[in-house]
Design a protein around this ligand. Structure first.
Ligand code: SF4
Ligand code: MG
Length: 334
């Protein structure tokens, strides 16, 4: 297993007291696979992946039983939650073993350095290449992501590129360190629909070609269907359903997953802002008692769902659901 996360809970100190935007998340990822992390904004997707790289601010704490295990390229297992904030192993992980791509490509580039300068710095840091060798690798990576005239692009600034080209350059920069895991947080959300489809295609191709693993964060199950083999559906900081994409999309067990699915008119239409289920996701500072979804669930059973939180019920090796009603139905087919 490349990545194994057990019981991840993240709390923040705030003026109004502690809030816990991620609660008891467990997930794992095998080498070469893509896990889609799906949910509305505010569901805890980004906080979860930032925790994996220890990129959370100082006001954040992990629960004592949090376990984050990452197998590095030497085969050693890194206990990520135990690393000191400045540990060498942590610096090697971030941007090296684990690459990152965010929604807004401008945020990944400094306005005062050329794309090539920044790529070469990442290449020096993570691959130990300098000078001409680093520059050649940067140009090679820019070509790999489909940028025309990469030898010119390498000396340009991010603002000189269009949004789609910039996101390609971000991908090139992330991949130039040969990460074993790429975390992509809504990488296509800010792009227009045609460019989104191209960037998704590109990422899928590169993931296969390079054999890396990927965690792909999105609010759109349609995108998940195209890019991931496994899916975890998050709601208010917990994973409410997970399993192989094919099984979950064919036979969703959680009412929230079903709501997300109904919001996809056709799988080839990408990126709409979803309002899958009536009502809004509550704030983590006002987490409902019982099932976190009960305030919006059409199948809510009073006296049960609003009182007792459903446990995570496992079916087989890879499928799980957190819903009082789903458990018996799945158990019969398992
Ligand atoms: Fe709905 Fe109850 Fe299942 Fe929660 S546990 S999703 S409220 S049916
Ligand atoms: Mg987010």
């Amino acid at each position: 297993m490349l990545l194994d996360v057990q019981n991840l809970s993240v709390s923040f100190r705030t003026d109004e007291g502690p809030i816990t935007p991620v609660q008891d998340v467990s997930l794992s990822l095998a080498e070469g696979r893509t896990l889609g992390l799906v949910g509305e904004s505010g569901s805890g997707k980004s906080v979860t992946t930032k925790a994996l790289m220890r990129l959370l601010p100082g006001s954040a704490t992990l629960s004592p039983d949090t376990r984050i295990r990452f197998q590095d390229r030497t085969g050693a297992v890194v206990e990520v939650e135990n690393l000191a904030p400045n540990a060498r192993a942590l610096r090697a992980l971030r941007g090296g073993e684990i690459g990152m791509i965010f929604q807004e490509p401008m945020a990944s580039f400094s306005p005062v350095y050329t794309i090539g300068n920044q790529m070469c710095e990442a290449i020096r840091l993570h691959k130990g290449l300098k000078g001409r060798a680093a520059r050649e690798l940067a140009i090679e990576m820019l070509a790999k992501v489909g940028l025309s005239d990469p030898a010119t692009r390498v000396d340009q600034y991010a603002f000189e590129l269009s949004g789609g080209m910039r996101q390609r350059a971000v991908i090139a920069m992330a991949l130039s360190a040969s990460p074993r895991l790429l975390i992509a947080d809504e990488p296509t959300t800010a792009l227009d629909v045609t460019i989104q489809a191209q960037v998704l295609d590109l990422m899928r191709g590169l993931q296969r070609e390079l054999g890396m693993s990927m965690i792909f964060i999105t609010h759109d199950l349609g995108v998940i269907a195209q890019i991931a083999q496994d899916v975890a559906v998050m709601y208010l900081g917990t994973i409410v359903e997970r399993g192989p994409v094919r099984d979950v999309l064919k036979d969703p067990q959680h009412p929230y997953t079903r709501g997300l699915l109904q919001a996809i008119p056709s799988l080839d239409r990408l990126s709409r802002r979803l309002h899958p289920v009536p009502g809004d996701i509550p704030s983590p500072s006002a987490r409902p008692k019982g099932c976190p979804f009960h305030t919006r669930c059409a199948e809510m059973k009073p006296g049960l769902c609003d009182v007792t939180a459903p446990p995570e019920t496992l079916f087989g090796a890879s499928r799980s659901v957190r819903c009082h009603l789903a458990a018996p139905a799945l158990a019969q087919t398992a």
